[in-house]
Design a protein around this ligand. Sequence first.
Ligand code: PGA
Length: 258
Amino acid sequence: MKLYFGSNLKMYKGVRETADYLRELSLLTADLDREKTELFILPSYTSLPEAARVTDQRLIRLGAQNMGWEEEGQFTGEISCLMLKELGIGMVMAGHSERRHVFRETDEDERKKVRCALDHGMIPLLCVGETAEDKLYGISREVLAIQLKVALTGLTSQEAQRVRVAYEPVWSIGVSGTPASPEYAEEMHISIKRTLTELFGIAGEAIPVLYGGSVNQDNAVPLIRLPHVDGLYVGRAAWQADRFDRLIRDALRAREAL
Ligand code: PGA
């Protein structure tokens, strides 16, 4: 089974820094078997053209952190899927916690982005995650199911095969986040996979579900060992190419040793 390792660079790294990072990461990880391992990086919009120029996307897939859901129109400040495709970008994230909570995006917004991505042959990476409050009330599973069901509504099982999901509990993300325990992460991954299977049958079972939220050198191994975790979505701990390369290799070794 394929394992996925990716990083969202958020609003960090300008054009030159992004290009240097991608060059270094490409070199360091060149020997990894891409049949078994997929790597992807989501730089800032302004870095995407240069990122696409310096990166062999057979080695590292590039994606955008966000996207407007129309091809064009009166949507000041938005970037459309056609604009991304023009740059050779074939993957786009929808629903990152910061988009949902800082920019007040709704499940319906994420649904439109997933729809638009699929309509244009792109891979949508849908992020879902419960808040600390949801967890406290014991409604994490319900919240995750709602986010998935709304954002993926109406997809055929063929389309579902192109979707990827990242589970990122809101309380675990960023400098003030605490990583989820492996036990808790596994429980939520099982629940997410159950919802995906309910929605799409066998095709749902095959949708990769990555864990994200304060993944670091120490917890990457216990997390990737979980049977329902198909990859790691890493923020801060991935932004130095050599550290990310080590994390990936540790995780791959741990998974192979199972
Ligand atoms: P973090 O970010 O690893 O720095 O917590 C994760 C994310 O936001 O995807």
